[in-house]
Design a protein around this ligand. Structure first.
Ligand code: EPZ
Length: 409
């Protein structure tokens, strides 16, 4: 694959940013919103809660509607876990919230105990009733809390509590906060709305509560995981791709690992060019919270390692069961053995095309990458998973020379 491709706005930044518009009655304008299933779901939730939420050519315009509800129902929340991050804004703005618990996920056990711990620490009464979190408060009060879990910091728990704390009385300090660029982007948007936040991007975030927040306009950061996926596409196809609209600073852990594997990467302010000068080498990878190697790139680098001569060990420290793609890659002839949170990958010369099943967003991306270099045809089923997080993926890949197309099931 050769040529240039431009990355869309970050899914994992836009979802909490859209939820944050619930913190004000004034209009907000969000630019760089990717046209994804998940963006559409969050806009649906905002409408159900009582917002006018229009989307057109990457711009979401959100404003107050006449009726307001404090309920995020199971039907919508069960389709997208990230919708749970309306809890913080609702309890802060409306002093009550009823939000469905997210339910199961194929990538592993994903509790929300840290979210509830943080919101409780701000003084909300919380109960679980018929699968819903019911939260009430007369007034949230700032507090000092530790939000680290057994797998380290939590991105959406940090987002939820940070949003709630913006309208709490007094100061809140969140220790072991997530440092992901998407958390920083949310904080930047909240600050534009009038919030007082310091330390975002570090493990200690300080929020001084204010009486109210106003409307704001914001452009979402580029999607570093989409960018990382195209970096692997360049390496796995022995191509040369320039990925535009990227902040390479957000990809430190990925760039470091790919350079260790033999990638040749040229970074400029808003683009990265990726190709390979030598044969790709096997590398061991361990997923970690940001700035470590992202779990959302684990499946994609496994595809690359599956055709890289030698042994590589991939260790999943965030979601120890996030290996649904292993069986599908092995269906294509890969030699991957799973040992608890580790996958031992013995690289082979060539994968063979096969019908495979997508199980989640990043697993489906790894199957697309494997299909690009497998002999014959690979048909990937359940691609609705892909549409949740990649905007126009096949069109972007076709422009780079990939033979990828959509067929009716
Ligand atoms: C965000 O999910 C991303 N989603 C995920 O991306 C990403 O994999 C994850 O962060 C980790 O980077 C969005 O931003 C919408 P976590 P989140 O809370 O916030 C445990 C993708 O492919 N935990 O940081 O839900 C949890 O089980 C998606 O785009 C608790 O124990 O993840 C996990 O092991 C998939 N208790 C670890 O923390 C809690 O209350 C990190 O999860 C919350 C989390």
């Amino acid at each position: 694959m050769r040529g240039e491709v431009s990355v869309s706005g970050a899914k994992n930044a836009v979802l909490p940013i859209l939820a944050a518009t619930l913190l004000t009655d004034e209009p907000c304008l969000i630019r760089g919103v990717p046209n994804l299933r998940d963006s559409a779901t969050m806009l649906k939730i905002l409408r159900a809660i009582g917002k006018n939420a229009e989307f057109d050519k990457g711009v979401a315009a959100v404003s107050k509607n006449k009726h307001t509800s404090f309920i995020a129902d199971y039907k919508l929340v069960s389709t997208m876990r990230a919708s749970f991050c309306v809890l913080g804004p609702l309890i802060a703005k409306l002093k009550k919230a009823k939000v469905s618990l997210p339910g199961g996920c194929v990538i592993g056990i994903r509790p929300v105990d840290l979210h509830l711990k943080g919101i409780k620490a701000l003084g909300a009464d919380i109960s679980i009733e018929s699968g819903y979190v019911v939260a009430k408060t007369k007034q949230l009060k700032g507090n000092h809390m530790y939000l680290g879990g057994i797998f380290g910091s939590s991105v959406l728990a940090t987002d939820n509590v940070m949003m709630a704390a913006t309208l709490a009385k007094g100061k809140t300090i969140i220790e072991s906060a997530a440092c992901e660029p998407e958390v920083v982007d949310l904080a930047e948007f909240l600050i534009k709305m009038g919030a007082k936040i310091k330390g975002h991007g570090t493990p200690v975030i300080e929020i001084e509560g204010v009486k109210e927040l106003h409307g704001a306009t914001h452009t979402v950061i580029p999607d570093r995981i989409e960018a990382g996926t195209f970096m692997i596409a360049a390496l796995i196809t022995a191509g040369d791709i320039t990925i535009k609209n990227v902040f390479y600073q957000h990809l430190g852990g990925v760039i470091d690992k790919l350079e260790e594997a033999g990638a040749y990467i040229i970074k400029t302010d808003h683009s990265v060019r990726v190709c390979r000068k030598t044969r790709i080498k096997p590398v061991n990878v361990t997923t970690l919270p940001y700035p470590g190697f992202p779990t959302d790139m684990q499946a994609q680098i496994m595809s690359l390692m599956s055709i890289t001569r030698g042994i590589s060990v991939i260790t999943e420290k965030i979601y120890p069961d996030r290996f649904m793609h292993v069986a599908e890659l092995n269906r294509m002839g890969a030699r991957i053995q799973r040992e608890g949170p580790h996958a031992i990958v013995e690289g082979i010369k060539k994968l063979s095309g096969a019908p495979v099943m997508a199980s989640d967003l990043r697993a489906s991306a790894s199957l697309v990458l494997a299909g690009l270099v497998a002999s014959d045809k690979t048909s990937i089923h359940r691609i609705y998973h892909l549409e949740r997080g990649y905007e126009n993926l096949e069109m972007k890949m076709q422009k780079l020379g990939a033979r990828i197309w959509r067929e009716k099931e």
